[in-house]
Ligand binder design. Structure first.
Ligand SMILES: Cc1cc2nc3c(=O)[nH]c(=O)nc-3n(C[C@H](O)[C@H](O)[C@H](O)COP(=O)(O)O)c2cc1C
Length: 202
């Protein structure tokens, strides 16, 4: 194990850039609004993700803390996520477009990788936020049933996840059980998830 970053609970087996270990998902945010230009930089980075046929199927609906839109988006999180994400500086919902016309065709077909591509965008979003000194926390504890209507989502989009973005705050503001979880998590050994040539035989 190599000690690559100052994060005590994280050791990487291979020499990744510290950024990857320093990104983690806190629940204690400091309650300050994320400046909109920073938020747009974060979304711009996400938008530069690769995607099949360059379809760019990701969509983002965002709101900055202290605005009526923020309260509307906050209401789309489940009660647990609302309890801590209310102190985030911005909220974003990520959606993906499920169909598109391939080059040379006028007929829209299912995009096999629409969620995969939106996931790539989310990954870049989280790293750009980290580079700017912010933290990001993804959430699928959200009201999937209400989101299309409240956010005015047209037909043909899948709601992927919600994201809270903000400056790290004092964990003392969280209930005790959550304070104990306010630590960057480890990872299982790489050999459990990366296989040379084929899955290992049982
Ligand atoms: C798609 C997705 C959905 C998640 N949903 C929630 C959620 O609803 N509530 C929550 O507190 N954490 C949620 N998480 C945070 C994960 O639990 C966290 O990313 C994971 O434990 C790894 O920790 P790390 O991000 O600090 O490395 C979610 C993360 C992702 C990527």
């Amino acid at each position: 194990m190599t000690k690559i970053s100052a994060i005590e609970t994280r050791n990487a087996e291979n020499a990744v850039a510290p950024l990857f270990l320093e990104r983690w998902s806190p629940r204690a945010f400091d309650g300050t609004a994320l400046p909109e230009d920073k938020l747009l930089t974060i979304l711009e980075a996400a938008h530069w993700a690769p995607s099949a046929f360059n379809f760019q199927p990701w969509r983002f609906v965002y709101a900055v803390k202290g605005t009526p839109e923020f309260d509307r988006l906050l209401g789309l999180l489940n009660d647990f996520n609302q309890s801590w994400a209310k102190a985030a500086g911005a909220l974003v919902f990520i959606l993906s477009k499920t169909h598109a016309a391939a080059p040379g065709s006028s007929e829209e077909q299912p995009i096999y990788s629409h969620s995969f591509d939106a996931g790539a965008a989310w990954g870049l979003l989280s790293l750009q936020a980290q580079l700017l000194g912010y933290h990001v926390h993804g959430m699928t504890g959200i009201h999937f049933d209400r989101i299309p209507e409240v956010l005015g989502v047209p037909e043909g989009f899948r709601v992927e996840a919600g994201v809270a973005i903000g400056k790290l705050g004092d964990k003392a503001q969280l209930p005790e059980a959550l304070q104990a979880r306010e630590v960057p998590s480890p990872r299982r050994p790489l050999a459990e998830v990366a296989f040379k040539g084929a899955f290992p035989t049982a």
